[in-house]
Design a protein around this ligand. Structure first.
Ligand code: CDP
Ligand code: MG
Length: 698
C-alpha cells in the first residue's frame, strides 16, 4: 500500500494559546536542594525539567491555597517531581502521606517505580503504589503514594475524610475519567471539613478556569475568626511552559480504509526514509496492537538490507513488569524502537527518544446509551485536543514528525474539539453504588464537575433496585447492598459472587470473577486461527464461556501452572498468573464478608444461575425468523450477535446472557452463557414483569 503524504500547515508547539486566561506564575529558580559538590546525574536530570523552575512557586501556592491547579505539558515533570517537592518541603512529616492519583493502573506502577528510583529508595517503602488487587505500600513508612483514582475512592469507604493524606494530587484531570470526576466532587466536600487538606489538580490541558470555578468556594465560606492557618478558598492556577520542539504534521491525502494496515505501512515508510529516531504508534486496544506488532515484526524480519533494525514493542494496560521495563529501556545503538500503544502514551507516560508519531485518529472509548441500556467499548474518533497531544509526543528530544492517518479536511472540519467526559457516556451503576456506600443519598443533587444524564442515573437506580442492592428508598440494602459495595468489582459481578455463595458455588464464581477481571486469557496470533480454534475446543463447554473458563483454570492448575502448557494451548500465561493473584484477593474479601468457599463440583446449572442473578439485565433471545445468529436484548430489543471469540459463536443457544458488548460493524456480545429463561424471572421478578416474560412461550 502506498502512502501519500503532504505536510500540514499546523505546527503545534502545544503552548495552548486558546487557554487564554491562565495566570502565569514565575519565581526564581530554586537552588535549595542542590548539592554544593556537584550534581548526580539524577539531580541534573531532575533540575533540567521545566517544572523545576516553579518548585518554590508550587510549594508557596500549595501552602496558601486549598486548591492549586497546575497545567503543564506532558513530560514537564508534574507527576514525578511535584510529589517529591512536597515531600522535601515536609508535607509527609508526622506520619502523613502525599497521594498522587492516576486514571490508569500502568501509569501508577511506572511512575511510582521511577520516583522510587529518583529518590534512591526501594519501591514499596517511602514510595509505594496501590492499584486494584495490588498494594505495594507500607503503613507508617510510605510517604508518597501513587494510586488510581478508583482506589482512592474505595479508601473513602474506610476513611471518609481521607485523614491520612496531607496533600492529594489528582493528576491527568483532563482525561475526565469517571472515577476522577467522582473523586473531584467528593474531594470538594471533604475540603469543607478538612481545612488542612491541600488539593492539586494537574493535567496536560485542562480548562483551568472551569476547574477553578468548580473548586472556588470563597463566596460561600466564612472565615472563622482567629483562624490563621486557614488557606485561601479560591484556587490558584499555575501554568508550566513546555519545552517541546516543532512537530511537522503530515496528513493522508485520501482517508485510509484500514487504519491498522495504514499504520504498519507508515512505520515501514518512516523506517525506510527517515533518519534514526523512535516511533510511537497510537492504535486502540490490545487486539489491534498485538496484530500490528506481529505484522511489523514479520516485516522487520523480511527487510533484508536493514534486518533487525526495528525493535517492536506493545504498550497497553495489563502488560507484565518485564514488558513494561522494555518500553522504558534505552533503544539499543543503531536500532529503532517502535512502540505501538493505546492512548496511555498520549499524556500519562513519557517515553524518551520518540521522534515520529503515527496517529490512527482513534481510541477505544466507553459509550453508554440509557435508552438501550447498553454500554459499548467502541473504537471511536479522538478529539482535536487528543490529536494535538499525540503529535506533541514527537517533539520531546528534537523536532519531529507526526503522521496522521486521516485527512486534513477531516481534522479541520469533522474532528470534535474536545472529548466528552466519561461521566456523560458511562453506565453509572458502579458510580451510584459507591456514592451510596459513602452515605450520599441525594445523588441527583450531587455537585458534579460535569452532570451525568438523568436518564442514565434513573437506569442505574433501576438496575440496582432489581439487583436487590438498593431498597425502595434508594438506600443500600443490608446485608447484600453493603456487601456488594465492599467488593472492588463491578456490582453485577459482586452480585454474582454473593448469589454463588448462596447457591453453593462460591469457588467457581470467584474463579469466573477473577478471569473476567483480566483482559483476555487467550493469546491472539494472526495466521494460526485454525490452531487457536482447535485449542479452544479442548476446553469449550456447551454452556458457554464462563464454564469454559473454569475448564481452562482447572487445566492450568493440573499442569502445575505451567507456562509451557499455556503456550501449547494459546493461553496467556501472564493473564493466568494475574487470575491466580486476583483470585487470592477475592478469597480474602470473601472471607471478610463471611462467605464460605464451596464448590458445586461441576454442576454448571447453579453456576449459570449465579451468573444470571448478577447479569439478568443482559439477557437476549435468538431471533428465530430473521438473519442467522441475530439476538435481541430482552430489555430494549437491541440487535446483538455472539462475538466470534465466544465458544457459543455459531452454536447460538436460544437464550443467552452476555458479560459485555463490543461494537465494530455490529454489536457483539463477549463472554456469553446459555440460560433457561425461567431463571430470569426467578432472579429479578420486578425487572422482568414489565417485559411480559412470563407470557413468553419458551
Ligand atoms: O507528568 P509529566 O507529564 O509532566 O512528566 P513526568 O511524568 O513527571 O516526567 C518527567 C520526566 O521524567 C520525563 O521527561 C522523563 O524524562 C522522565 N521519566 C522517565 O525517564 N521514566 C519514567 N518512567 C517516567 C519519567
Ligand atoms: Mg504526568
Amino acid at each position: 500500500m502506498t502512502q501519500f503524504w503532504k505536510p500540514g500547515s499546523e505546527k503545534p508547539r502545544l503552548v495552548d494559546d486558546e487557554e487564554g486566561g491562565i495566570l502565569f506564575f514565575s519565581t526564581p529558580t530554586s537552588s535549595s536542594s542542590s548539592s554544593r559538590f556537584g550534581y548526580s546525574s539524577i539531580d541534573k536530570q531532575r533540575q533540567g525539567l521545566p517544572v523545576y523552575k516553579y518548585r518554590n512557586g508550587i510549594l508557596y501556592l500549595v501552602e496558601n491555597h486549598a486548591t492549586t491547579i497546575i497545567v503543564g505539558e506532558t513530560g514537564s515533570g508534574k507527576t514525578t517531581q511535584i510529589p517529591q517537592y512536597l515531600n522535601e518541603a515536609g508535607w509527609a512529616e508526622g506520619g502523613r502521606v502525599i497521594a498522587c492519583t492516576q486514571p490508569r493502573r500502568l501509569a501508577v506502577q511506572a511512575v511510582a517505580s521511577r520516583v522510587a528510583e529518583e529518590m534512591g529508595v526501594k519501591l514499596g517503602e517511602e514510595v509505594g503504589y496501590i492499584i486494584r488487587f495490588e498494594d505495594l505500600t507500607k503503613p507508617g513508612v510510605t510517604k508518597i503514594k501513587f494510586l488510581t483514582d478508583g482506589v482512592l475512592l474505595r479508601e473513602m469507604m474506610d476513611d471518609p475524610l481521607l485523614t491520612n493524606y496531607s496533600v492529594i494530587m489528582v493528576d491527568e484531570a483532563h482525561e475526565r475519567s469517571l472515577a476522577t470526576d467522582i473523586l473531584l466532587g467528593l474531594l470538594k466536600k471533604i475540603q469543607r471539613r478538612r481545612p488542612d487538606l491541600r488539593l492539586i489538580i494537574s493535567s496536560a490541558t485542562i480548562e483551568a478556569r472551569t476547574m477553578s470555578s468548580f473548586f472556588d468556594t470563597s463566596g460561600r465560606m466564612h472565615k472563622k475568626a482567629g483562624d490563621e492557618i486557614e488557606p485561601k478558598k479560591e484556587p490558584a492556577i499555575l501554568s508550566v511552559e513546555g519545552r517541546g520542539f516543532n512537530v511537522q504534521i503530515h496528513y493522508l491525502e485520501e482517508p485510509a480504509s484500514d487504519y491498522l494496515q495504514a499504520a504498519v505501512s507508515t512505520v515501514l515508510l518512516i523506517h525506510d526514509q527517515e533518519p534514526i529516531g523512535d516511533i510511537l504508534v497510537f492504535l486502540t486496544g490490545q487486539d489491534d496492537i498485538d496484530s500490528a506488532v506481529q505484522l511489523l515484526t514479520e516485516e522487520a524480519q523480511n527487510l533484508k538490507k536493514n534486518s533487525s533494525g526495528l525493535v517492536v514493542l506493545p504498550l497497553y494496560s495489563g502488560l507484565s513488569r518485564g514488558d513494561q521495563d522494555l518500553i522504558f529501556a534505552p533503544t539499543p545503538r543503531g536500532k529503532r524502537k517502535v512502540i505501538v500503544s493505546t492512548n496511555i502514551a498520549e499524556t500519562s507516560l513519557t517515553l524518551e527518544g520518540i521522534v515520529y508519531v503515527v496517529d490512527s485518529g482513534f481510541s477505544k472509548q466507553r459509550f453508554y446509551n440509557p435508552i438501550s441500556d447498553i454500554e459499548n467499548l467502541v473504537v471511536a474518533p479522538i478529539s482535536k485536543a487528543s490529536a494535538r497531544q499525540r503529535a506533541g509526543r514527537a517533539g520531546r528530544v528534537r523536532s519531529g514528525k507526526c503522521y496522521r492517518l486521516y485527512t486534513e479536511e477531516y481534522f479541520v472540519k469533522e474532528m470534535p474539539a474536545e472529548g466528552i467526559p466519561e461521566m456523560q457516556r458511562s453506565n453509572l451503576v458502579s458510580c451510584v453504588i459507591q456514592l451510596k456506600a459513602l452515605g450520599i443519598d441525594n445523588i441527583l443533587g450531587f455537585d458534579w464537575p460535569a452532570s451525568p444524564p438523568p436518564e442514565a442515573m434513573v437506569r442505574a437506580l433501576e438496575v440496582l433496585y432489581s439487583l436487590g442492592i438498593l431498597d425502595e428508598d434508594a438506600k443500600l440494602t443490608s446485608p447484600i447492598g453493603f456487601q456488594v459495595a465492599e467488593i472492588p468489582l463491578d456490582p453485577m459481578i459482586s452480585k454474582m459472587i454473593m448469589s454463588g455463595s448462596l447457591l453453593g458455588c462460591s469457588e467457581e464464581v470467584i474463579t469466573v470473577a477473577a478471569i473476567l477481571s483480566v483482559q483476555s486469557i487467550w493469546v491472539a496470533v494472526r495466521g494460526v486461527q485454525k490452531e487457536m480454534d482447535e485449542a479452544k475446543l479442548r476446553f469449550a463447554a456447551a454452556e458457554g464461556d464462563h464454564v469454559t473458563f473454569l475448564n481452562v483454570y482447572k487445566g492450568f492448575l493440573q499442569s502445575g501452572k505451567s507456562s509451557q502448557w499455556c503456550y501449547k494451548n494459546f493461553i496467556n500465561y501472564h493473564a493466568m498468573k494475574k487470575v491466580l493473584e486476583i483470585r487470592e484477593q477475592l478469597k480474602r474479601i470473601a472471607h471478610r464478608l463471611g462467605i464460605a468457599l464451596k464448590s458445586c463440583e461441576g454442576d454448571t446449572q447453579v453456576l449459570r444461575k449465579a451468573v444470571t442473578a448478577g447479569f439478568f439485565a443482559n439477557a437476549c433471545r435468538l431471533e428465530a425468523f430473521s438473519q442467522a445468529g441475530m439476538y435481541k436484548t430482552i430489555r430494549s430489543s437491541q440487535e446483538v450477535y455472539i462475538h466470534p471469540s465466544s465458544v457459543l459463536f455459531r452454536v447460538n443457544p436460544k437464550w443467552v446472557i452476555f458479560h459485555s458488548i463490543v461494537s465494530t460493524d455490529r454489536q457483539y456480545m463477549r463472554n456469553v452463557i446459555a440460560i433457561d429463561p425461567s431463571w430470569l424471572t426467578e432472579a429479578a421478578p420486578q425487572f422482568y414483569q414489565q417485559q411480559g416474560l412470563n407470557k413468553v412461550a419458551y
